[in-house]
Design a binder for this molecule. Structure first.
Ligand code: KG4
Ligand code: ZN
Length: 337
């Protein structure tokens, strides 16, 4: 077993085709082909996503290999996203990755996308969280509070009962007539707005689970009422609406994170997934680091949204524990852990 294995990884769970190469935990190449086509439709169109993966995967691999300067013979194993994600998208990535690995005689490692978001924290240069730690994983498809006991031993303590946090950002942005994906657009607008302009209320959900669909309805009804009174309401108050929406979504997430810390006594806290790029969330966590005496881990922006480097990192840790997959492993669109 090499000390610092070279891992080639493929990510194709949603609408981005990612290919990465890492040695140990050092990223040699991390290439992403973004699919601009979905913006026209205000959301990811699964059929178009799988077609675009087919077009993108070979050129993205070529670019990653060239950028890394790695010879195929030096690659120790091939990791790929087995799930969760869109079935058609996963099919392209899993079939391609397994075929490539098989034809080159390399071990193949099926990776859980949500675990990989968390394990992105172990990519260089750190700082790396010590085990155990809590991770708030917030993406477009999932929102989970995870207790991470070791790289390969994780337990979901609570999760959303309906929409994911990223979905809530995207859906509200759509109601406001903003382009897809709405999360980063709302984030930028919120920076110039009053977070307390509109007092949206938090849903009441027991334990460490969360819910965002009622919040979305509440905001939709609010926007409808205001637009009836003044058709230019949204255009005239974009920043305050965005800031108030962002505040309430973050209130839900951070309240549950605080409850998880209280319940487990674990004060090492990380965030992961697309929504961890949110500047409001990052700033509020930094504040809580001081006020609540937490040890906070925030990933670099390039490892927040979907990327193949995180799949490679997870693959590397699994490879070192000899967690090797088989050619018969099928995509798992609803893979839990
Ligand atoms: O992890 P990710 O790239 O893909 C999934 O696995 O789903 O997450 C994408 C989600 C989208 O909903 C997007 O709007 C959201 O992350 N997002 C953000 C920000 N950047 C991406 N949400 C809020 N603020 C951001 N800055
Ligand atoms: Zn993701």
């Amino acid at each position: 077993m090499p000390q610092s294995p070279v891992i080639l990884a493929f990510e194709s769970s949603c609408d981005d085709t990612g290919v990465a190469l890492i040695r140990g935990n050092k990223v040699l190449a991390n290439t992403v082909a973004n699919q601009a086509i979905h913006a026209k439709f205000g959301g990811v169109v699964p059929e178009l996503a799988s077609r675009a993966h087919i077009q993108n995967i070979v050129p993205t691999l070529d670019v990653a290999l060239e950028e890394s300067g790695i010879e195929v013979s030096s690659i120790d194993a091939v990791a790929y996203t087995r799930g969760p994600g869109l079935m058609g998208s996963l099919h392209v990535g899993t079939s391609f990755a397994k075929s490539w690995a098989w034809s080159h005689g390399k071990p193949m490692i099926p990776v859980n996308h949500m675990q990989a978001h968390i394990l992105a924290h172990f990519l260089a240069p750190g700082p790396y969280p010590r085990f155990p730690f809590l991770c708030l994983t917030v993406s477009g498809g999932h929102t989970q509070l995870v207790e991470v006991s070791s790289a390969l031993n994780m337990r979901v303590l609570g999760e959303t009962l309906d929409d994911a946090a990223g979905e809530a950002f995207d859906k509200v942005a759509k109601l406001m007539g903003l382009p897809y994906p709405g999360g980063p657009v709302l984030d930028r607008l919120a920076a110039e707005g009053d977070a307390f302009a509109y007092p949206f209320s938090k849903p009441n959900v027991a334990g460490l689970d969360m819910s965002f669909s009622g919040l979305k309805t509440q905001i939709w009804q609010f926007l409808q009422r205001k637009t009836q009174e003044d058709p230019a309401f949204i255009a005239g108050h974009k920043n305050d609406i965005a800031a108030s929406v962002q505040r309430i979504i973050l209130d839900v997430l951070l309240d549950k994170l605080e409850a998880a810390v209280a319940q487990t006594g674990i004060k090492r806290v990380a965030i992961a997934g697309g929504v961890s790029a949110n500047s409001g969330l990052r700033a509020r966590l930094r504040t809580m680091q001081e006020s609540d005496d937490w040890d906070v881990f925030i990933p670099p922006l390039s490892y927040c949204t979907d990327n193949a480097a995180m799949i490679a990192m997870a693959g590397s840790l699994m490879f070192q524990e000899r967690w090797i997959g088989a050619l018969s492993d099928e995509p798992q669109p609803r893979w839990t852990f």
